[in-house]
Design a protein around this ligand. Structure first.
Ligand SMILES: Cc1ncc(COP(=O)(O)O)c(C=O)c1O
Length: 377
């Protein structure tokens, strides 16, 4: 097997910083930044000509992004982020008064807020089902299925954010549909980490290209099942309001910066050049070894979430660490240790969530494990 070298040279990340949190905001490769700069120059050389060209450029980009997801382009719309995808889905689905929106207690906070907003507006309620961190797939499905009677919508993460756990989406979609419950899959972290991530047949699936595929920020997709395509509307009302085609309806969102959407496929080409199908399992080896080093330095362990994603792991924090000051601690780690990480928690357990991307090497994790005890021991 070819061992692929880390390629920080393809990014413009500050070499004096340990970048170990790709999972939060991604990082855009140099080549994509150059494409964006060229597009912006074109836009500002002749804004009128640029905006005349946008529709065709968006079509080309959308088709490339849908092909990457292996999904039907007629049901694929561009949205700025997964939060917008979830919001558009909840704005479309019928939520009868008295019904329940069901989530897990691993759901992303802002997605929970979206559920709360729509539940309140429609006279429904929100139920957060508790799923133990160590639950296996069968347990997850059994716990969720037991709460679906009387539900209108199930909202479930494909890869959880705070707990870096993969949920069994296919089985959850089946269980929900057997009970006539619509499903919104929050696949924010799925593109790049799960192949054909929108294939489970959910009513709505949304996922970010600006995380693991390293596309420019504000690039995400919404995949809509055929029966909802006519009814699904973008959050901004604009000139394509009466376009019968779902993707085109979402394309034009008024005067807006379309550069990230148009440049996004360049990052997919970078990933292809990085031999992503070979690289991803090697990043799994890297994150496992790296998280192990950090856990050893902190005298803790790596959380066993049973089904972790390819490139993220949770390292348990010592009990003495106070996460009520998590933001201040992250700032201190950034400024004093020159390292970027994030903290998460589940129940009363506290974690560092670590990420590995193609620009990382084991040396990054080794340096983090040498530096962290100074602040966290
Ligand atoms: C599971 C999950 N859902 C939703 C989001 C929100 O993504 P965005 O900020 O792109 O809307 C995130 C972001 O990290 C996430 O991890």
């Amino acid at each position: 097997m070819t061992v692929l070298s880390p390629r920080p040279d393809l990014w413009t990340l500050d070499p004096d910083v340990l970048h170990l949190n790709h999972g939060s905001y991604g990082a855009v490769p140099r080549r994509t930044q150059e494409v964006m700069a060229a597009l912006r120059a074109e836009m500002d050389a002749n804004p009128m000509a640029w905006f005349r060209s946008v529709a065709d450029q968006l079509t080309a980009s959308r088709l490339a992004l849908a092909a990457y997801l292996e999904t039907d382009p007629a049901g694929f719309a561009l949205v700025p982020n997964a939060s917008a995808g979830v919001t558009a889905a909840l704005a479309t689905l019928p939520i009868p008064a008295g019904s329940r929106l069901v989530l897990t207690d691993h759901a992303y906070g802002a997605v929970r807020y979206a559920a709360e907003r729509f539940a309140t507006a429609r006279g429904a309620t929100v139920l957060n089902v508790s799923i133990p961190l160590e639950a296996d797939d069968d347990t997850v499905v059994a716990l969720m299925a037991a709460e679906l009677d009387g539900a209108s919508v199930l909202i479930v993460d494909q890869i959880t954010s705070g707990t870096a756990k993969v949920f069994p989406i296919d089985a959850l979609v089946t269980a929900a549909h057997e009970r006539n419950v619509a499903v919104v899959v929050d696949g924010a972290h799925a593109p790049g980490l799960i192949d054909a991530p929108a294939s489970a047949g959910a009513d709505f699936w949304t996922g970010n290209f600006h995380k693991w595929p390293a596309s420019p920020r504000a690039t995400a997709g919404l995949v809509v099942a055929e029966r909802w395509r006519r009814a699904t509307m973008p959050l901004i009302v604009s000139w394509s309001e009466y376009d019968e085609r779902l993707p085109e309806r979402f394309d034009m969102q008024g005067t807006y910066d379309y550069v990230p959407w148009i440049a996004a496929p360049e990052s997919l080409r970078v990933l292809a050049d990085l031999d992503w199908p070979t690289r991803r399992p090697q990043l799994t080896t890297l994150i496992e070894e790296g998280a192990g080093l950090v856990a050893k330095a902190l005298h803790t362990g790596v959380a066993d979430v049973i089904h972790p994603p390819a490139t993220m792991r949770l390292v348990e924090l010592p009990a003495s660490v106070d996460l009520t000051v998590a933001e201040a601690l992250k700032t201190r780690i950034s400024q004093e240790l020159h390292a970027e990480i994030t903290f998460t928690g589940y129940g009363n357990r506290k974690f560092i969530r670590l990420s590995a991307h193609a620009y990382n090497s084991l040396d990054d994790f080794r340096k983090l494990s040498e530096r962290l005890p100074r602040v966290l021991a």
